[in-house]
Write a new protein. Sequence first.
Length: 228
Amino acid sequence: MMTQQGSIQDDREAQTTIADVRFEHYRDALGVGEARPRLSWIVATTTTGWRQTGYEIEAYGVDERLREQTGRVESDQSVLVSWPFAPLSSGERLMVRVRVWGNDGQPSAWSMPSFVEAGLLHASDWTAHFVTPNWEEGTSRSQPAPLLRRTFEVRAGVTKARLYTTALGVYEAHINGITVGDSVLDPGWTDYHYRLRYQIFDVTNLLYEGRNTLGAMLADGWYCKSQH
């Protein structure tokens, strides 16, 4: 592991640039489910007949200090390249940048920093328990969608906040009256006998210093049907 300090700078004069860096096909991957996410990138160049002959990858902590680097790797690969660093731990966030060399012998500009953040990689990371309304679910008549709500305190100086959510059914989450995310019918269909999907949201900007409120609206969704 490299421990020296580095700086993140652009080389605007290079004719070959990295247009896109992705992790398991996701750009700025929040909650990636792999400890060793594979990397892909797209090269944009004005050089006729250019082809990649090597690459270099650097990883920075959120404090922008260089954590690890590959040095130059002789390879023409740019799709689903193996993760070259120590495995990510649950919730770990890194900034990654890439540059390449071509058959002209010249390095490209460094890519703009891209972020990758691991989700909850182990079942033991889930320490919360399921919550449910305090009435018996009937199977012969409709029930209103239950609303769950609780308040919590936030201290000053929060720099990162994540909401990990799932449900046996479907849900819509709210923080301080604002809907979290823009998808519907989360967490989506799955085979409930084997797995349960979950979502992760960056909710840093939804929190205030002091008292906050987390709410959720639930519905049966596919889960109820799968039980009958």
